[in-house]
Design a protein around this ligand. Structure first.
Ligand code: CA2
Length: 154
């Protein structure tokens, strides 16, 4: 077997990013820091690989594309780390997709959404997630991976 072939027992996590997060590191460093999306994807892959899991990354600015990705990966993936961006606060459809794929999900936000505008205090996806990591910046993603793998390996 080559290294690129997953063993049947390898957990595959999906890392999903919503709108505007492709621009991380380019603007608003006072809120989102200077980390790029590529940096975050590398952190998540390293944290998952260290525990024997693999990661598939996806970002889209389109609600339907995020939902399609969750549907397409539902049989391959064991769990979801998701920063849905502004769709967190608005998308019943994304919430329903997380429920529909029936995979454990951890919600991540780089900024502390509870310390910002009132409309960011509500997460429509939170009830479909096993937990939420918010306000820890880049470090929140590795925390989320470890929470998810602890849950999967329990
Ligand atoms: O703090 C987070 O991770 C958020 O999910 C980021 C979303 C925001 O709508 C959520 O309330 C909290 C916004 C992402 C916008 O990303 C930008 C990246 C570069 C420059 C400007 C915005």
């Amino acid at each position: 077997m080559t290294d690129s072939v997953l063993s049947p027992r390898t957990s595959v996590l999906i890392l999903v990013h919503g709108p505007n997060l492709n621009l991380l590191g380019e603007r608003k460093p006072e809120i989102y820091g200077t980390t790029t999306l590529l940096d975050i994807e590398a952190d998540v892959a390293a944290a998952a690989n260290a525990r024997g899991a693999a990661v598939l990354c996806f970002q889209s600015n389109h609600e339907g594309a995020l939902i399609d990705f969750l549907h397409e990966q539902r049989k391959l993936a064991s769990g979801i780390v998701i920063n849905a961006g502004a769709y967190t606060h608005t998308s019943v459809a994304l919430r329903d997709a997380i429920e529909a794929v029936n995979l454990p999900a951890v919600e991540v936000h780089i900024s502390n959404t509870h310390a910002r505008e009132g409309f960011r205090h509500v997460s429509l996806i939170a009830p479909e997630c096993i937990g939420q990591v918010t306000g820890l910046g880049r470090a929140g993603y590795t925390t989320a991976v470890n929470l998810l793998l602890d849950h999967l390996q329990a």
